[in-house]
Design a protein around this ligand. Structure first.
Ligand SMILES: *Cc1c(COP(=O)(O)O)cnc(C)c1O
Length: 482
């Protein structure tokens, strides 16, 4: 399997190189040059780790098969408490794919528990021996998932920058208590954009690269434009369809619809790859919060980022530039020239419009909708009161949108975070007072719902805080050079 840039600058690239480099040299994203075809009959009886081995192996053809079998077994066994790809019935025809049973209680664990192993092996495949220093700007979930994935790995260092006072108490403590000699965590005196802009500047700074090169260090990123983060997410679409067919939710070979709470368009795009590999996926419903730039795009073909940024109760979906959409544009238009020109329009003018054929191809696979915080809160309450199902603020947006996009096929909502990661918002949605402290709110949420908080979150209260440093945005460069 070979990879090329969405903007046409390079082709014939190995998976190892795509994963180690992250971004293509022309600033495009690496995409596979063809879609491997699934063997549904042979795959349907596999365990989650075995299925992950098949799916990942069909894309990472330059990796040693024995390594992939070992890596997927080590990742999706115990770390997910036997609940990798767990599907819960909410009511007839409606299911939740619970993706938060990993170590940091958000779906990003599926990618970030495996990707570090893929990166290390990719470096070996390419005979590269430098130290990789990973810089992450995070609004919360990515930072902790990346820390948990990269902590303690040989030849890797990771520094995470999060907005001071911009995360929940739980999210902050998840990062500030991280163990490992190769990790650093900084609070940035500013908002998420300040942290992200600071990190992007460091990546673009040739002096930083040269200074680090002398010390045998190369910078890399852990964000979701890396192919190594996307490919592990394809697995759970297959796994879900197999489990639903087993339960008799639909006949074998009949389609399943998925509704995905979306920010950077990585998670939902993985569903599109599954479809192109031959899985009978019906509609892929893109659910957005008040930052509904994707809803408008999928309806009209015009992507317009020139709009107000809303801070919402589903912060991991607060995104105006949805990076992975570029991959979809390439796959449906088949034209690197068109993609390059749309992306140029986006960066210079803040908007672009695709042609009618491209829009029609997108609408053939994707539906969309959006919900604001009030609708999300009502959805949390309705799902709990009517179905006895407790969900977080991101998943609630998808439940709301799924309701308007039902077909005759079973609908699966991707549940992307544990409700106990956002205990105050969830409690308030249920009509209760939320105590100031997240930990008190977790206890109150358990008392109200009978649902237990994941131990990984409730135990944070007793862990020693290792990182307390607050730095100015301008000091990110210096921190990256340490
Ligand atoms: C990251 C995240 C999302 C959005 O996923 P994308 O792949 O960026 O679209 C949704 N929900 C939660 C809880 C997340 O952490």
């Amino acid at each position: 399997m070979e990879y090329q840039s969405t903007r046409g600058g390079v082709s014939g690239v190995s998976a190892s190189e795509a994963i180690v480099r992250g971004l293509a040299p022309d600033s495009g994203l690496y995409v596979p040059q063809s879609f491997p075809q699934a063997d549904l009959q042979a795959w349907k009886g596999l365990s989650y780790p075995q299925l992950a081995d098949k799916v990942v192996g069909s894309f990472l053809t330059d990796y040693d098969p024995a390594f992939l079998a070992q890596a997927t077994a080590a990742t999706y066994g115990d770390a997910f408490a036997g609940k990798a790809g767990h599907v819960e019935k909410v009511r007839d025809g409606l299911y939740a794919l619970e993706l938060w049973h990993g170590p940091t209680c958000a779906f990003k664990d599926y990618a970030l528990q495996l990707m570090p192993k893929l990166l290390l092996q990719g470096k070996k495949n390419l005979n590269r021996t430098e130290t990789t220093r990973i810089l992450v700007a995070t609004s919360g979930d990515t930072g902790k998932a990346a820390l948990a994935g990269y902590a303690g790995l040989e030849g890797i260092e990771i520094s995470v920058f999060y907005p001071n006072a911009g995360t929940s108490e739980i999210q902050r403590l998840q990062m500030a208590t991280q163990q490992g000699d190769n990790v650093h965590v900084y609070a940035v005196d500013g908002n998420f954009d300040d942290a992200q802009t600071g990190v992007k500047k460091v990546f673009a700074d040739a002096d930083v690269a040269a200074a680090l090169e002398k010390r045998g260090i190369r910078l890399s990123s852990a964000n979701s434009i890396n192919w190594g983060r996307l490919v592990p997410q394809i697995v759970y679409y297959f796994y879900t369809c197999f489990r639903l067919a087993e339960k008799g939710a639909m006949a074998w070979g009949e389609p399943v619809d998925f509704c995905v709470p979306t920010g950077n368009f990585g998670d939902i795009l993985a569903g599109y790859y599954a479809k192109r590999m031959g899985l009978p996926v019906g509609r892929l419903v893109c659910a957005s919060n008040e930052n509904n730039v994707l809803t408008d795009f999928i309806r009209t073909g015009t992507y317009d980022a020139r709009r107000e940024f809303h801070k919402t109760a589903s912060p991991s979906m607060d995104i105006l530039i949805s990076s992975n959409l570029e991959r979809l544009l390439y796959h449906v238009s088949g034209s690197t020239e068109k993609v390059a020109s749309w992306m140029k329009d986006l960066s210079t003018q803040g908007h672009y419009t695709v042609d009618a054929q491209t829009l029609a191809a997108i609408q053939e696979s994707f539906a969309c909708g959006c919900a604001d915080d009030e609708q999300g809160a009502k959805e949390i309450r309705d799902r709990f009161e009517q179905d006895g199902y407790l969900c977080d603020t991101h998943t609630a947006v998808a439940f709301r949108v799924a309701e308007d996009c039902r077909s005759t096929a079973p609908m699966v909502v991707l549940s992307t975070a544990s409700p106990f990661k956002f205990p105050r918002d969830v409690l308030r949605a249920l009509g209760a007072e939320a105590p100031e402290s997240d930990f008190d709110s977790m206890q109150a949420l358990t008392a109200k719902t009978g649902c237990a908080a994941p131990a990984a979150l409730s135990s944070l209260r007793d862990l020693p805080v290792r990182f307390t440093e607050v730095i100015a945005p301008a000091a990110i460069r210096e921190a990256a050079l340490r």
